[in-house]
Design a protein around this ligand. Structure first.
Ligand code: HEM
Length: 487
């Protein structure tokens, strides 16, 4: 009846719901992948549901990803959706608080700093942070123990990212003020703030205070680095301090500061969720953790020398761990765009009107048995060419590339594996995240053996309550030091 009363003939089918404004907000919010799967079975790849009063049209599968993520700038818009959440957290004039062409230039500045040469200097910094963390942290004293791994991985992520991308001076401030301030900034990212971002609520007041304070810390650091005439730094902050927009204007200090916040926040949630999932998965498969250790012994030498950037390429299983974990646990499960002009869906009678929001969920194709045999199985060996469950992805990417203004990216968004998105908003942090995660995993594997507390191969469920999905807590892991002499 609902379909009959409300569905317009050229619009996608509407998911059944009892209450007008709430619509499917609760069933979607509790478990988005299940919501997509169940409704895909009923309605096909393209359907509409009500999310907080807004008609939200999901388009699943590789064609849906292409339609939304490669949508033209006249048709789809990210900033209309995200700016209410991100501008109070990042600050003015960056990312979604500026025209898209400016974001493309900002992404270019940030991406240029993420070179092989820079990565070479990052690996020892990341390694150093990881080993020092496990030496000094009370929960890892002794020969064995159990720990909720998520908060630990969140700390390791922020220490490693801030040291590598923003320099030692900023990293050291995380032991003093910055950790708490970033926590307050984080509160601004709770999904409720899509509606209440403006309200004078306690957490919004703390967010605003934190934004001003953090921006000032960065601006003071920029000034002091300039005064020192620093010229050999490899980090992004230094690079931005020396960048100029196409119109000849140097990037102003407040924009550098706001981009620093944006970069750390963009990477933090995704990378820390991914590293937590990796540890949770390794605890459920101690055999793989042992294989990772043996891979290092075999390919780097039994004395396990300090890790270098070049070593990462010699550790294919270590790399596959990250790929496979992102296939099943991509932290960004929903990517949204405002519709700016009516969009006909190719091959259907549907036209998506401008009062709808479009939602892409690339993770749905990553668990489609059409592309990934035995899709629910976490099996890093599937990424080896001769694996019986190797991905079936040929012909998806025709090799064509395009430059949206921040460097070349693959033209098509038709791959069933897109944890870093596609199109003009694609992630620029992919290589950094890979270097960071591979180094963290390699160091953890050198130090520890993990297993589930009950010795089983069970895996904990997913927490979808914030914008980025992550393991439900407490995600308890039993750890044992490899070197029983140490600590
Ligand atoms: C964009 C995923 C790490 C910076 C994106 C998008 C995805 C993504 C899916 C596209 C969002 C959209 O289309 O709306 C991930 C994952 C990561 C990760 C899975 C780690 C495992 C990082 C890191 C950085 C970063 C470490 C920074 C160094 C960015 C930026 C954008 C972006 C600047 C562009 C946003 C835009 O153009 O609208 N990321 N990311 N990401 N990411 Fe990442």
């Amino acid at each position: 009846l609902q379909q009959f009363l409300f569905q317009k003939p050229n619009e996608p089918p509407i998911v059944f719901h009892f209450f007008p404004i709430i619509g499917s907000t609760i069933t979607y919010g509790m478990d988005p992948p299940r919501f997509f799967k169940e409704n895909r079975e009923k309605h096909g790849d393209c359907f509409t549901f009500i999310l907080l009063g807004k008609k939200t049209t999901v388009y699943l599968g590789t064609q849906g990803n292409e339609f939304i993520l490669n949508g033209k700038i006249k048709d789809v818009c990210a900033e209309d959706i995200y700016t209410v959440l991100t501008t109070p957290v990042f600050g003015k004039d960056v990312v979604y608080d500026c025209p898209n062409s400016k974001l493309m230039e900002q992404k270019k500045f940030m991406k240029i700093a993420l070179t092989t040469e820079a990565f070479r200097s990052y690996v020892p910094k990341i390694s150093g942070e990881v080993t020092s963390y496990f030496k000094r942290t009370a929960d890892f004293k002794g020969k064995s123990g159990t720990v909720n791994i998520c908060p630990k991985m969140a700390q390791i992520t922020i220490f490693t990212a801030s040291h590598a991308l923003q320099g030692k001076e900023i990293r050291d401030k995380f032991d003093e003020t910055l950790a708490d301030l970033y926590h307050d900034l984080d509160m601004g990212f709770s999904p409720i703030n899509f509606s209440l971002h403006w309200a004078p609520l306690p957490w919004n007041n703390r967010r605003d205070h934190a934004q001003r304070t953090v921006a000032k810390i960065y601006m003071d650091t920029i000034k002091s680095r300039r005064a020192r005439g620093e010229s050999d730094a490899q980090d992004i902050m230094y690079h931005l301090m020396n960048s100029e927009y196409k119109n000849g204007v140097k990037v102003p200090d407040h924009e550098i500061a706001h981009m620093m916040i944006a970069l750390l926040m963009a990477g933090q949630h995704s990378s820390s969720s991914t590293s937590s999932w990796i540890m949770v998965r390794l605890a459920s498969r101690p055999d793989i953790m042992e294989e990772l250790y043996q891979e290092q012994v075999r390919n780097l030498g039994a004395d396990l020398p300090p890790l270098q950037y070049e070593d990462l390429a010699k550790l294919p299983l270590n790399q596959a761990i990250i790929k496979e974990t992102l296939r099943l646990h991509a932290p960004i499960h929903s990517i949204m765009r405002a519709v700016k002009s009516p969009m006909p869906v190719p091959g259907t009678k549907f036209v998506i009107p401008t009062n709808h929001v479009l939602l892409a969920a690339p993770g749905v194709a990553s668990v489609d048995p059409q592309y990934f045999p035995n899709p629910e199985l976490w099996e890093p060996h599937r990424w080896e060419a001769d694996s019986p469950i190797a991905p079936v992805m040929s012909g998806e990417d025709d090799g064509e590339v395009i430059d949206y203004g921040y460097g070349l990216v693959s033209k098509g968004a038709k791959s069933p594996y897109l944890p870093f998105g596609a199109g003009r908003h694609r992630c620029i942090g992919e290589q950094f995240a890979n270097v960071q995660l591979q180094t963290i995993v390699a160091e953890v594997v050198r130090l520890f053996k993990f297993r589930n507390v009950d010795g089983s191969d069970k895996v904990i469920g997913t927490d979808y309550a914030s914008l980025f999905s992550r393991p439900l807590e407490p995600a308890m892991v039993y750890w044992e030091r490899r070197d029983q002499e140490s600590n």
